[in-house]
Design a protein. Structure first.
Ligand SMILES: Cc1cc2nc3c(=O)[nH]c(=O)nc-3n(C[C@H](O)[C@H](O)[C@H](O)COP(=O)(O)OP(=O)(O)OC[C@H]3O[C@@H](n4cnc5c(N)ncnc54)[C@H](O)[C@@H]3O)c2cc1C
Length: 421
């Protein structure tokens, strides 16, 4: 644990060094404030951390990095992350066998697979193309204002047939929303679809935790205090779990939603989704390409061979397979998942070694419509709350909420100084 940067009280204390807390702290520092960022755990990143174990890089729950998020473009040095891309498309295991869908604008050579009738009937292909063009080309502001409904209703309104939804869209989007009813906000669907079409899905060479690590490296020395759980918010600042107090005029709670609700009694937070990711090591890669595999049977959300995306995720000569399932896993646990993987990859998985399993409770907020894409972070005078639960359950949402908290802190300070409050 590093010593506090300033012997005098900071101007603002930020609680939680996930993406939202990091973004908020960095913006406040840039505006000239003395900031302390208090993090309960032994590292930054919150839900975006990577463990190193026995030569493996194990993200705490499979997730992908999207290069087109506005906050990502604004804040991150993408070159420094040494990103490796996924194939722009996916393989779906459907009742009629394995089908491959590739973005024809990026892989024109694969466009023949999309001939009407091969993967989807022509009507569905046209509906999908229209949805994609609309979401990619309309200004984001327009998408943010569409009347909100469920993602499922939006897909039907877009003209997709039940077959296209069941075989492709539901299996894929369940892995994005971490729920299979497609009851998530259509506004979020359109924005995510837009970001996928406009950006590249990829992973950093050092694991997903490299993203918050890059942000944390820009904090002034001593601003970050790890191993400093906050137990309560007081009238003068924060109370640490070790009994210490840290006075500050401004306090920003940037924790997960459940902790935020404990620290700020009366704060309404959404319920959340849980996901479990299993990591298996195999002697041979069951799919020699960096492509996401989805399961229309919904037994698993998605799977991929991580080492085909980033070889450094496993020791040389070993393939690392990541597979996510909803909740805390199916009855039968890892064995059930392994059996389904044998069908998905059409291979014998009995010799695969289980490397790790991570169950992430509170992985994403449940974003049911109508879902406001950004909420004020003001909770009480001098008290703020940010995080993905105040925006959208995504890297973009968490960073944007942190950014909004910093703006609101600064605006309120300016108002107090100007005697407007
Ligand atoms: C498995 C999984 C897959 C995902 N996939 C994607 C994806 O593909 N694309 C995408 O864009 N997003 C994805 N997300 C969502 C994205 O990771 C999150 O939205 C984002 O990381 C949330 O950041 P946050 O700062 O709001 O919260 P958190 O990351 O939860 O950070 C909160 C921080 O507060 C700390 N804290 C908690 N209590 C205290 C306390 N009392 N005192 C001090 N500190 C405290 C925590 O330790 C943590 O560091 C995924 C998330 C998960 C879990």
């Amino acid at each position: 644990m590093t010593k506090p940067q300033h012997p005098s009280p900071p101007d603002a204390v930020v609680v939680g060094a996930g993406l939202a807390g990091l973004a908020c702290a960095l913006d406040l520092v840039e505006a000239g404030l003395r900031v302390e960022l208090l993090e309960a755990s032994d590292g930054v990143g919150g839900r975006m951390r990577t463990d190193r174990r026995d030569g493996f890089l194990l993200d705490r729950g499979f997730q992908v990095f999207n290069t087109s998020y506005p906050q990502v473009k604004r804040r991150l040095d993408l070159r420094g992350l040494r990103l490796r891309p996924f194939t722009p498309g996916l393989i779906a295991r459907t009742p009629s066998g394995r089908v491959r869908v590739t973005d024809p604008t990026r892989r024109p050579g694969d466009a023949a697979q999309l001939l009407p009738g091969r993967v989807l009937p022509g009507r569905d292909l046209a509906a999908l193309a229209a949805l994609t063009a609309r979401d990619a080309l309309l200004p984001a502001k327009r998408l943010r204002r569409v009347p909100d409904r469920t993602a499922s209703e939006a897909l039907v309104r877009a003209g997709l047939s039940p077959r296209a939804i069941e075989d492709l869209m539901r299996p894929f989007l369940s892995g994005v929303f971490l729920e299979e009813g497609l009851e998530t906000s259509a506004r979020f669907l359109h924005l995510v679809w837009r970001s996928m079409v406009r950006g590249t899905l990829c992973l950093p060479a050092e694991g997903i935790g490299a993203v918050p690590a890059q942000l944390a490296a820009r904090l002034p020395e001593g601003a970050l205090r790890l191993g400093s759980p906050v137990a309560g918010i007081t009238d003068s600042g924060v109370l640490l779990a070790d009994g210490g107090e840290r006075p500050a005029a401004g306090v920003v709670v940037a924790t997960d939603a459940a902790t935020a609700a404990r620290l700020l009694p009366g704060l309404a937070v959404p319920d959340s989704r849980t996901v479990t990711t299993y990591y298996h090591a195999a002697d041979r890669s069951p799919l020699t390409e960096p492509t996401l595999v989805v399961d229309s049977g919904l037994a698993v959300l998605n799977s991929c061979v991580l080492t085909e995306v980033v070889p450094s995720y496993a020791p040389p000569g070993t393939a690392l397979v990541s597979t996510s399932v909803l909740g805390s896993g199916p009855p039968g646990g890892e064995r059930t998942v392994r059996a389904r993987l044998a069908e998905l990859y059409d291979t014998d998985t009995s010799t695969w070694e289980t490397v790790a399993a991570y169950t992430v409770e509170g992985a994403l907020p449940a974003m049911r419509p109508p879902w406001p894409l950004s909420r004020t972070t003001r909770f009480a005078p001098g008290r703020y709350v940010c995080g993905d639960h105040r925006a959208t359950g995504s890297v973009q949402g968490a960073l944007a909420s942190g950014s909004r908290a910093a703006r609101e802190v600064l605006a309120d300070r300016a108002a107090v100084r100007a005697g407007r409050v």
